[in-house]
Design a protein around this ligand. Structure first.
Ligand SMILES: [Zn+2]
Length: 468
C-alpha cells in the first residue's frame, strides 16, 4: 500500500513521494483575521488537520506552516470602521481563531507567520520579479505582475491564453473570476489605507494578498516544497497567482501536490447571513454541540465532496461518539480483569489497523476509515459479550483505538464543552441553592435543567453539566 493523493495540478490521484525522505513540507492558507471564522472555513482547517495527522500516522515528519493574513483590503476597511489600529483590530480575531482551533482539536502548525511581520521578504520577492522583467511599476507606485510576460500562467485552473486580457489592471485582491488580468503585488498608499503603509523602493504602500503566501512559504519551507492546501475557493486567483509569482521569481517548481477541499453547505444550501444559516463555531457550541461533535461532522465527509452541515448530522455525530465512548468504557473495565485468550482480539485489532491505514492512504478515504473503526466496535462488543476480551486483549484493542485517535482526535470527551450560558447559569444557581441548603430550590432548578435536556452529575471535581 502506498500513500496517494488527488493533485489539483494534474487532476489525478498520484502516489505521494516526498521531496526529502520521511519529511513533508506543508503550507496551508490561513485565515484573514477580520472576522470570526465560520464553519465553512473550519471545514478546510479540519481537512488539513486530517491530512497532516495522516502523514504523521504514516511515519512522516511534517513541517506545517499556516499564514495569518493580517493586512489586506478587508482588515484595513474594517479596522478603520471600528476605529482601531490594524494590530488591535486583527489581534482579537487571531485570538478567536486560536481558541476555535483548540476547541476543534486542530493540531497547531509549527509556524503561523503574520503578513505584517514579513513585509521585507515580500519586497525582496517583488524586486526579483521586477528585475526579471515580469513585474512592472505603474505610475502611481503600485507594482503589477504581467501575465503576458509569464506564459505559464494558468497551470492550476488550466486557463487558455485567449481567455486572458493582459494589460487590464485590477488592484483588488479578489475580482470577478471571468476577468483574468495582471494582479497587484504592491499597492501604493491610498487615503482608504489610513496609517497602514510601509516604505518600499516603489514608494509607500502595502503588499497584495497573493504575494504574502509566496514570500512566507519560501521563508519557512524553501522555494520548492511538498504540499499546499486550501479551500477550492482559493484555487483562483489566489493559488494560481502564488504559483506564477513563486516560479517566476525562483526559477523552480513551487509545489508538488496541491490539495483543495470542496465547499460546505448548510441543509443543502449555500451558507449566507440573509438565509439565517450562517454559523460560526461559537453559534453551534451555543446550541449545545461540543467541539468534538462538530469536528466529527467536519471530518466525516471526504474532502473532495461538498459537505452538508446540518443539526441532523450533529445528532448522528453525537450518536457515533456515544457508541465509541461506551465501547472504550467497556474495554477499560475489561482491561482490569485477568487476561483472557488474546488471539481473537488481536486479530480484530490487526485487521482494523490494516483497513484504517489503507483507507486513509487512499486519498484520505475517511468514510472507509470510519467504517473500519465501527467494524472494530461491533466485533469488539461481540467478543466482550462472549467474555473473550479481558486484560491484555482489552488493552490491545485500546491501543488500536489510541492510534486511530492520533488521526481522528475525537475519542476523548470534551470537559463541559458546549454548555450554553443560560444552562450554565441554571447549574450555577442550583449549586448555590445546595450550598445554602435550599434543597427544594435546588431540585426545582435540576428539573428545569432536565426539561431543557441537561443533567447535572456530581463529580469529585464538582458538579458537571452534560446533555442527556
Ligand atoms: Zn495563501
Amino acid at each position: 500500500m502506498a500513500l496517494a493523493f488527488t493533485n489539483s495540478l494534474t487532476r489525478t490521484k498520484e502516489p505521494f513521494v516526498s521531496i526529502r525522505p520521511g519529511e513533508v513540507g506543508l503550507y496551508t492558507c490561513g485565515p484573514t483575521v477580520y472576522n470570526i471564522a465560520h464553519i465553512g472555513n473550519f471545514r478546510a482547517y479540519v481537512f488539513e488537520d486530517l491530512l497532516k495527522r495522516t502523514l504523521q500516522f504514516c511515519g512522516y515528519r511534517v513541517r506545517h506552516v499556516m499564514n495569518l493574513t493580517d493586512v489586506d483590503d478587508k482588515t484595513i476597511r474594517d479596522s478603520r470602521a471600528a476605529g482601531l489600529s490594524l494590530n488591535e483590530f486583527t489581534q482579537r480575531f487571531k485570538d478567536a481563531f486560536f481558541a476555535d482551533t483548540k476547541v476543534l482539536r486542530i493540531a497547531p502548525a509549527d509556524v503561523y507567520p503574520e503578513a505584517t511581520a514579513h513585509i521585507p521578504e515580500m519586497i525582496t520577492l517583488i524586486q526579483a520579479l521586477i528585475d526579471k522583467g515580469i513585474a512592472y511599476r505603474a505610475e502611481d507606485g503600485s507594482v503589477y505582475f504581467s501575465i503576458a510576460r509569464w506564459p505559464n500562467y494558468g497551470q492550476l485552473v488550466h486557463i487558455e491564453a485567449e481567455q486572458m486580457r493582459p494589460g487590464t489592471r485590477v488592484s483588488h485582491d479578489e475580482y470577478a473570476k471571468e476577468s483574468v488580468a495582471d494582479f497587484a503585488l504592491w499597492k501604493s498608499w491610498s487615503e482608504d489605507d489610513g496609517d497602514v503603509a510601509w516604505d518600499s523602493p516603489w514608494g509607500r504602500g502595502r503588499p497584495g494578498w497573493h504575494i504574502e503566501c509566496s514570500a512566507m512559504s519560501a521563508r519557512y519551507l524553501g522555494p520548492h516544497f511538498d504540499i499546499h492546501c486550501g479551500g477550492v475557493d482559493n484555487m483562483f486567483p489566489h493559488h494560481e497567482d502564488e504559483i506564477a509569482q513563486s516560479e517566476a521569481a525562483n526559477g523552480c517548481q513551487f509545489v508538488n501536490v496541491w490539495m483543495h477541499c470542496a465547499h460546505l453547505v448548510v441543509d443543502g444550501v449555500k451558507m449566507s447571513k440573509s438565509l439565517g444559516n450562517f454559523h460560526t463555531l461559537r453559534d453551534v457550541l451555543q446550541r449545545g454541540w461540543s467541539g468534538r461533535e462538530v469536528r466529527y461532522v467536519l471530518l466525516a465527509t471526504h474532502y473532495r465532496q461538498s459537505l452538508n452541515f446540518s443539526f441532523r448530522a450533529c445528532e448522528d455525530a453525537r450518536a457515533a461518539l456515544q457508541r465509541l465512548d461506551a465501547f472504550r468504557e467497556r474495554l477499560l473495565e475489561a482491561a482490569r480483569l485477568p487476561d483472557s485468550d488474546t488471539a481473537a482480539a488481536a486479530a480484530a485489532a490487526q485487521a482494523a489497523e490494516a483497513g484504517f491505514r489503507a483507507a486513509l492512504e487512499d486519498d484520505l478515504n475517511i468514510s472507509a476509515a470510519l467504517a473500519t473503526l465501527f467494524d472494530l466496535v461491533r466485533e469488539g462488543n461481540r467478543l466482550l459479550d462472549a467474555g473473550a476480551v479481558a486484560g491484555a486483549a482489552a488493552k490491545a484493542i485500546l491501543g488500536t483505538l489510541e492510534r486511530f485517535d492520533s488521526v481522528l482526535a475525537v475519542m476523548t470527551p470534551d470537559e463541559d464543552a458546549g454548555v450554553p450560558a443560560d444552562i450554565q447559569a441554571l447549574a450555577d444557581a442550583r449549586q448555590a441553592a445546595r450550598k445554602a441548603k435550599d434543597f427544594a430550590r435546588a431540585d426545582q432548578l435540576r428539573d428545569q435543567l432536565a426539561a431543557a435536556g441537561w443533567v447535572i452529575e456530581d463529580t469529585p471535581k464538582g458538579p458537571r453539566v452534560r446533555r442527556r
